[in-house]
Design a binder for this molecule. Structure first.
Ligand SMILES: Cc1cc2nc3c(=O)[nH]c(=O)nc-3n(C[C@H](O)[C@H](O)[C@H](O)COP(=O)(O)OP(=O)(O)OC[C@H]3O[C@@H](n4cnc5c(N)ncnc54)[C@H](O)[C@@H]3O)c2cc1C
Length: 427
């Protein structure tokens, strides 16, 4: 039996078809009329709009009940109020670049990207920005970059994804290495609940927590519930939550632990719109290094590349990303790799073979790619280092890598992390 809920839609039993009641929502016309009467922004229930919003970047497809593009916070409150009245589920949406179906459902989709995409405030001194949820990451980064600052997490979709969506998914990106995940960069959130309650949430010192609970009301009830969760599960959360830098799945209950300041805003990061609608976010901005160097390292397979990650990390890079050689092959095929390069930028050279494993003497344990080895030998005769594969040089002749260390001095790349440096350029 499902737990009793104050929202009928959550307590209704499943239909005989097996569908959850929200999937059989039948009051679409009534809801559309209601929304049109209370929302100033766009209300779109036509088939084409619903088809457009039936997908995100995943393989899932769910036809929404309708779409609302709110103009402001009052519109969001009005839209959610109308949905609540008619028991319609809601789903927030930013750029819709989610990969696991987070942005498609039988619900009223609230698209924040069309109108609610402003930067409310940017304070370079105190290094924070207040943004509306629909702001595209690159718009925030461009504004921050004028002050030598940046919002550190940067998914590959940075030119499309929104801060609301990044908060929903707890997004990372190449530079999360420098500045952490989205959860590490959110200071507070302005949120709206389905029942119409609006709150500002963030870290909550113990004394404040006690007074919020004592004040009662819906807010007190929610905080009391969160404290109960924390107290009941704190030890298990401490021992069982995996300590990996890119843990982005599941609810961030660890943010409610006393040592993390009972941070309700950060506990909501990664909830994929299932708990609240984010109306505004205060985000931390980090120093953006102005002089950068890119080093490309080629490996025979992802496992060998992964073996070398610790050695790369010793040099304190601000970003680290792996990508498949197939991508380069396709770029080459489409003449995207070399054709558009200027004289100052490096061309992407042909892939080089890499050893599978290093022996203790620094020599490769096994040669994996004979045809490629032959090609490489032709290109660099005499560089075999005791192996048939010329790319597998002994430690003494490992190539110098122009990667600066944390102290700014250029170091040779560690010999046991030998890899062909495909190219490097200053960008
Ligand atoms: C090619 C490709 C590459 C990618 N690379 C990366 C990567 O490098 N790193 C990475 O982390 N991710 C990556 N992603 C996944 C995705 O792009 C990111 O998670 C991105 O930050 C999502 O932003 P969005 O605006 O598109 O969010 P959406 O997909 O629109 O929404 C994401 C979630 O947030 C919720 N949400 C949106 N707005 C609000 C709001 N106002 N209030 C409450 N909840 C809200 C939604 O309901 C949904 O659950 C990639 C995706 C693709 C297609």
């Amino acid at each position: 039996m499902p737990a009793p809920s104050s929202f009928p839609i959550l307590s209704n039993p499943r239909q005989s078809s097996g569908a959850h009641p929200h999937e059989d929502f039948s009051r679409g016309r009534e809801l559309e009329a209601k929304l049109r009467s209370v929302v100033r922004g766009e209300v779109r229930f036509d088939r084409a709009s619903r088809a457009l919003y039936a997908v995100d970047a995943s393989s899932y497809r769910q036809l929404p009940i309708g779409v609302v593009a709110p103009r402001d916070v009052a519109d969001v409150e009005a839209a959610i109020g109308a949905c609540r009245e008619l028991e319609a589920p809601v789903l927030s949406r930013g750029g819709g670049t989610s990969l696991a179906g987070q942005c498609c459902n039988v619900a009223v989709v609230l698209d924040f990207s069309k109108y609610m995409h402003g930067i409310v405030e940017l304070d370079p001194e105190r290094r924070f920005a207040r943004v509306q949820p629909g702001v595209v990451l690159d718009a925030l980064r461009s504004a921050a970059e004028r002050h030598g600052l940046t919002f550190a997490p940067d998914p590959a979709t940075h030119s499309r994804c929104t801060l609301g969506g990044m908060i929903g998914n707890n997004s990372c990106g190449v530079h999360a290495l420098m500045g952490g995940k989205t959860v590490d960069n959110i200071e507070s959130l302005e949120i709206l609940l389905y029942d119409g309650v609006r709150m500002t949430v963030g870290p909550t010192p113990e004394e404040e927590l006690r007074s919020i609970i004592a004040a009662g009301g819906r807010r007190g009830e929610i905080y009391a519930g969160l404290r109960r969760i924390r107290d009941a599960w704190a030890d298990l959360i401490r021992t069982r939550f995996p300590r990996i830098p890119r843990r982005v799945s599941g609810y961030n209950l660890d943010e409610l632990l006393p040592e993390n300041g009972f941070n309700v805003a950060r506990a909501l990061v990664g909830t994929e719109g299932t708990c609240v609608t984010v109306l505004e976010a205060r985000c931390a901005l980090k120093h953006s290094p102005q002089h950068r160097r890119l080093v490309l390292l080629g490996f025979a397979d992802p496992f060998i590349a992964a073996d070398h990650v610790p050695a790369v990390l010793e040099h304190g890079p601000i970003g680290l990303e792996g990508f498949d050689g197939l991508l380069v092959d396709y770029m080459r095929k489409k003449r995207l790799a070399a054709g558009s390069c200027s004289a100052s930028s490096a061309r992407i050279p042909p892939p080089m073979p890499t050893p599978k494993r290093m022996n203790s003497n620094g020599r490769p344990a096994e040669c994996r790619s004979q045809p490629r080895c032959a090609a490489a030998r032709k290109a660099r005769p005499g560089a075999s280092g005791g192996c048939a594969n010329p790319a597998w040089a002994p430690r003494s002749s490992s190539p110098a890598c122009p990667m600066p260390g944390r102290d700014g001095r250029t170091r040779r790349f560690p010999p046991n992390a030998w890899a062909p440096i495909c190219g490097s350029f200053i960008g």
